[in-house]
Structures are given as C-alpha cells and as structure tokens.
Design a protein around this ligand. Sequence first.
Ligand SMILES: *[C@@H]1O[C@H](CO)[C@@H](O)[C@H](O)[C@H]1NC(C)=O
Ligand SMILES: *[C@@H]1O[C@H](CO)[C@@H](O)[C@H](O)[C@H]1NC(C)=O
Ligand SMILES: *[C@@H]1O[C@H](CO)[C@@H](O)[C@H](O)[C@H]1NC(C)=O
Ligand SMILES: *[C@@H]1O[C@H](CO)[C@@H](O)[C@H](O)[C@H]1NC(C)=O
Ligand SMILES: *[C@@H]1O[C@H](CO)[C@@H](O)[C@H](O)[C@H]1NC(C)=O
Ligand SMILES: *[C@@H]1O[C@H](CO)[C@@H](O)[C@H](O)[C@H]1NC(C)=O
Ligand SMILES: *[C@@H]1O[C@H](CO)[C@@H](O)[C@H](O)[C@H]1NC(C)=O
Length: 197
Amino acid sequence: MHFTTALGLAAAFSGVTSALPATQRRDGGSDNNPSGSNSTSNSNSTSNSNGGIDITNNMGHTIYLWSVGNSANNSMVTLDPGDRYSESWQVNTAGGGISVKMATQPNQSDVLQYEYTLEGDTIYWDLSCINMSDNSTFTTAGFDVSSNNTDCPSANCAPGDSSCAAAYLYPTDDQATHGCHASTQMALNLGSSAPSS
Ligand SMILES: *[C@@H]1O[C@H](CO)[C@@H](O)[C@H](O)[C@H]1NC(C)=O
Ligand SMILES: *[C@@H]1O[C@H](CO)[C@@H](O)[C@H](O)[C@H]1NC(C)=O
Ligand SMILES: *[C@@H]1O[C@H](CO)[C@@H](O)[C@H](O)[C@H]1NC(C)=O
Ligand SMILES: *[C@@H]1O[C@H](CO)[C@@H](O)[C@H](O)[C@H]1NC(C)=O
Ligand SMILES: *[C@@H]1O[C@H](CO)[C@@H](O)[C@H](O)[C@H]1NC(C)=O
Ligand SMILES: *[C@@H]1O[C@H](CO)[C@@H](O)[C@H](O)[C@H]1NC(C)=O
Ligand SMILES: *[C@@H]1O[C@H](CO)[C@@H](O)[C@H](O)[C@H]1NC(C)=O
C-alpha cells in the first residue's frame, strides 16, 4: 500500500525537512557530505526570490505555527480564526530547509508541516503528516495548497480524507514534481473547504 511505503521511507528519512530530491538532501542523509554546502542560496540568509507562502487559518479555532530553520523568525506565531501568516522563501543557513510546523495546541507534539527548500531558482516543497496524529483536526477540517503558477502542482486534502493526508506524507514517487519556480507564491489553506468546527 502507498501508505505503508510512504511511512517506511519517511521513517528512514527521519522527521525533519525533506523537501529536496534525495540526491540533494543535506539534512542528515548519511551519504551526504555534511560540509558540502556549495549552494549559492545557502550562503544567503534571506531569499533573493519573489515568492513565498501564505498560510490562512480557515478553521474555527486558534492555530499555532513555527517556522523552524528560519533564523529570521522562529518564534511561535498565533493565528486566530481568519488570520494569515506569510513569509518569503527563507534559507536555512545551517543547511537543509525550512519546516513550517502547524499545531492546534501551543506545542509541537502534533504538527502538520509545510516543508520547503530554496535551491537556486527552484523551490522544493511538500506537506508532511509524519508528526501528525491520524485524528488531527487538520485532517478533519481539510487543507490545500495552491499557487499563482500553473506549472506548480497543487494539493487538496478534503475534510476527513485521512488517506489524502497520508498520500502527501512524502510525495516520493517523484519529488521533482513538487519543484516550482522560486517566484511562485503559494497558499496553504487550513480548513479551506470545511465548515468551522
Ligand atoms: C517526527 O517523526 C519522526 C519519524 O517518525 C520521529 O523520528 C520524530 O521523533 C518525530 N518528531 C517529533 C517532534 O515527534
Ligand atoms: C565548492 O565548489 C568549488 C568550486 O567548484 C570547489 O573547488 C570546492 O571543492 C567545493 N566545495 C565543496 C565543499 O564541495
Ligand atoms: C546573496 O544574494 C545576492 C543576490 O543574489 C548576491 O548578490 C550575493 O552575492 C549573495 N551573497 C552571498 C554571500 O552569496
Ligand atoms: C516574528 O513573527 C511574529 C508573528 O508574525 C511577529 O509578531 C514578530 O514580531 C516576528 N519577529 C521578528 C523578529 O520578526
Ligand atoms: C501540548 O499542549 C496540550 C494543551 O496544553 C497539552 O495537553 C499537552 O500535554 C502538550 N503536549 C506536550 C508534549 O507538551
Ligand atoms: C488521537 O490520537 C492520539 C494518538 O495518535 C491519541 O493519543 C488521542 O487520544 C486521540 N484523540 C482523540 C480525540 O481521539
Ligand atoms: C506570483 O506572485 C509572486 C509574488 O507576488 C510574483 O513575484 C510572481 O511574479 C507571481 N507569479 C505569477 C506567475 O504571477
């Protein structure tokens, strides 16, 4: 089953930022040179692209968010219903990528993650449910990712569709399909198509 496969790979890759093709991973993959940070984007602490991510709370209650690996701002953000959080693409100066963690409680014990890595003109991204419980309110409410770039794939997890959430655990079939131009402005809606609950 797809779910089992994804879980196995996810476990092998550990829970941290994964939004890179396997050959470019630098976030703990044992077969990578840990000092091989020859990427130009890695030496810049701020993004030089125009794109970014908007995260909107369409759910009926408060959401907590952390942009982990973002040295500019990694404090906890509180999103009341209707609030939106935005960030332009950031670079993790420690290598690897950024993980935006979202939770319904003010701690990171049960999180939906939007992970991205900026590599040159490309933004690699994925949604990860690896640290989210099966009965998460995010699954109940549904969530989706869209963008202003028709060449960039979208994701849509309907309310209650836990298998959809699992499918986006890691889009391992071809992670390159989640590589978009860095000028892409993406939108993650939490509870997009669900009535408030
Ligand atoms: C996230 O999931 C990974 C893989 O199951 C696990 O190793 C890691 O400890 C989890 N992190 C948290 C904060 O629970
Ligand atoms: C970085 O690139 C330069 C020039 O291509 C090369 O000489 C150097 O060995 C590279 N460093 C690493 C750590 O790969
Ligand atoms: C950071 O990015 C800017 C804009 O692309 C570039 O001009 C500059 O050389 C970069 N700095 C480093 C240290 O790579
Ligand atoms: C971090 O983000 C929060 C929420 O958007 C904001 O209140 C705070 O001022 C930011 N801190 C910095 C250093 O940018
Ligand atoms: C997270 O916060 C909730 C609500 O305050 C609490 O019940 C739960 O024990 C906390 N979990 C951890 C790991 O701190
Ligand atoms: C949700 O699942 C977790 C384990 O993944 C469990 O500890 C918790 O009690 C469940 N909550 C509800 C409301 O079913
Ligand atoms: C998407 O939005 C970003 C940020 O506003 C902008 O720089 C970019 O040109 C837009 N892309 C398209 C295809 O409209």
